[in-house]
Design a protein around this ligand. Sequence first.
Ligand SMILES: [Zn+2]
Ligand SMILES: [Zn+2]
Length: 262
Amino acid sequence: MHHSVLQPLWDSLRLNYKDYVRSPLFPIAVTVSSYFIFCVPFLVCDLMGDRWPGVQQFKIQPSYRPSASNLLHCAGVTLYNHVFLVLPASVAQWLWRPPVDLPDQAPTLLELIVGVTGNILLFDFQYFIWHLLHHKIRWLYVTFHAIHHKYHSPFALATQCLGGWELVTVGFWTTMNPLILRSHLLTTWAFMVIHVYVSVEDHCGYDFPWSTSRLIPFGIYGGPSKHDVHHQKPNSNFAPHFSHWDKIFGTHAEFSFCKTNN
Ligand SMILES: [Zn+2]
Ligand SMILES: [Zn+2]
């Protein structure tokens, strides 16, 4: 009989918020709301600009600020994708998927950490292959992925500046991977929230001392500076999170931006 430190949290969710957390719409609500919550602090940093020099010193491309029309364009693409793809997918889930059963036991903290890491590693591999193909095959690039490369200097809202096919693929893996790995629901939600966070961080335009690539040692994690290179030189750094697939395939590139005088 194991006892998990997560048991009180799990009990309060499954007993007090049963109808919400059993809904097939819950994972969608969690990912959509966490996306906007994670974008807000980075947006505030962009809007404050030079009034916050202590923050701006961590900007990866210091001379670049997203303009109001950049922000509106990304917000428009995100709104379009949510109205025409996320909303219909939500309705379909709600109609066809029965509410899930909630197990009594919470996962242990170790099970949750191993599960989240496994989900992210699996996604990293799937997206690496997808991403490589959508850069190497011209038709795939132009038709589906070019929209994400409109911005050579990423900012938080550019994370979901995606074509519909890319968003559907990413959403499909994020939904399927926890089922393939038989993850606990708490592990599944933790994976989804962490995955949204690291995706926004990849595009935020800042390399803070607490960025995931600095917290995870030995350069095994790419993070914002490596994905920034992908937006500057789109023939390198195809993996979204870790760096091993790019090292194996010889597509790994270190950060090499030449600072302009300002
Ligand atoms: Zn990107
Ligand atoms: Zn790309």
